[in-house]
Design a binder for this molecule. Structure first.
Ligand SMILES: NC(=O)C1=CN([C@@H]2O[C@H](COP(=O)(O)OP(=O)(O)OC[C@H]3O[C@@H](n4cnc5c(N)ncnc54)[C@H](OP(=O)(O)O)[C@@H]3O)[C@@H](O)[C@H]2O)C=CC1
Ligand SMILES: Cc1cn([C@H]2C[C@H](O)[C@@H](COP(=O)(O)OP(=O)(O)O[C@H]3O[C@@H](C)C(=O)[C@@H](O)[C@H]3O)O2)c(=O)[nH]c1=O
Ligand SMILES: [Mg+2]
Length: 306
């Protein structure tokens, strides 16, 4: 079976490549920049059609949440027009598309966990473009699985876990918001689930699903778990101080409560992701044991004396 994934260096695409290497009979193709740029719709379609995959996993996206506020046109070009072109190619080949979307499609007001048919009302350019991308794909092909996930971290690319580890190298205390709730999700776990659905007949199960790490946390609780895991494995440690979102201004407004209810995915596919605490432990351990020059780019890694 030929599986095509968009992107080359992203967290999810790298995790899918790693997981697929353990799967017998799966041939994986990745298409990424500079040859494959989501801002070039015609070239995208041509490249996908030429590759003749059995399924398309749409994992590439414009993900710089704050920067998107200053670059709305580029975010739109990638997350809406680009995503739609990927779906058009899949539709013309009559193959399914699994597309990644986000908890940031929700405003985060009121209380979660959010269900798939709850009202969406993004507050950020990133969230708005991802929601429009979902809608474009759904209108282009009925054979779509849209997976909304959240707070993704992994040994690859940039993410909150790596930021906390990097900051802990130079600070005794990290101030982290305690009034934002969500579900931390390991890209390694996501990749395993994506391949499970990609390699079985999807039949009548197309649609939108929430898929995230089991359990929930606030950002500061997630930070504490990351740093405790790091300390257990000989990595950097810092204390975490709870602060309010108002004390950590960001360009894009983050949802206050974007916890995702994953019941629909569980019932439909008989699978759920592990508890986020367990997966955090795995990912922190892998980050600490990787070549530090590629994982903690802004400082050299050193193990702090305790
Ligand atoms: N990160 C998170 O916390 C969350 C992510 N998601 C969604 O999951 C998906 C995967 O996210 P994640 O792996 O974390 O993202 P990353 O930021 O790690 O990777 C993004 C990928 O998109 C590619 N990309 C960006 N712009 C373009 C472009 N113009 N043309 C071609 N490729 C491009 C990047 O290319 P290159 O390899 O060249 O850098 C990279 O491979 C996305 O759809 C995202 O919206 C959903 C919820 C949470
Ligand atoms: C680094 C840092 C962040 N924060 C806060 C800022 C913000 O409110 C929150 C998260 O910060 P980040 O910039 O790491 O996260 P962000 O890039 O906004 O994460 C989002 O990315 C996109 C792609 C998604 O789809 C979302 O699910 C979500 O994971 O943590 C602190 O309070 N203290 C800190 O030291
Ligand atoms: Mg941010």
């Amino acid at each position: 079976m030929k599986i095509l994934v968009t992107g080359t260096k992203g967290q999810v695409v790298t995790s899918v490549v790693e997981a697929a290497a353990r799967l017998r009979g799966a041939e994986l193709i990745t298409l990424g920049r500079p040859e494959f740029d989501l801002t070039e719709p015609l070239a995208i379609k041509e490249a996908i059609v030429a590759a003749k995959p059995d399924i398309v996993i749409s994992a590439a996206a414009y993900t710089a949440v704050d920067r998107a506020e200053d670059e709305p046109d580029l975010a739109y070009a990638v997350n809406v027009v680009g995503a739609a072109s990927v779906a058009e190619a899949a539709a013309s080949l009559r193959v399914p598309i699994i597309h990644l979307s986000t908890d940031y499609v929700f405003s985060g007001e009121g209380r979660g966990p959010r269900r798939e048919d709850d009202e969406t009302r993004p507050h950020s350019v990133y969230g708005s473009t991802k929601l429009e991308g979902e809608r474009a794909i759904a209108s282009l092909t009925p054979h779509h699985i849209i997976l909304r996930t959240s707070w993704v971290y992994s040994p690859f690319g940039g993410n909150f876990v790596k930021t906390m580890l990097r900051l802990a190298e130079s600070r005794e205390t990290l101030s982290v918001v305690s009034d934002q709730y969500g579900c931390p999700t390991s890209a390694l776990d996501l990749a395993a689930a994506i391949l499970i659905i990609a390699t079985q007949p999807i039949r009548d199960r197309f649609g939108v699903y929430h898929l995230a790490g089991a359990g929930e946390s606030n950002r500061s609780g997630f930070a504490r778990q990351i740093l405790a895991a790091s300390r257990r494995h000989g990595g950097p440690f810092a204390d975490v101080r709870d602060i309010a979102s108002a004390d950590y201004p960001t360009k894009a407004r983050c949802p206050q409560d974007s916890r995702l209810c994953t019941e629909k995915f569980e019932k439909t596919f008989g699978w759920h992701l592990p508890a986020w605490q367990i997966s955090t432990e795995t990912v922190v351990q892998r980050i600490l044991h990787q070549d530090q020059s590629t994982t903690l780019p802004e400082r050299r890694h050193s193990v702090k004396a305790r």
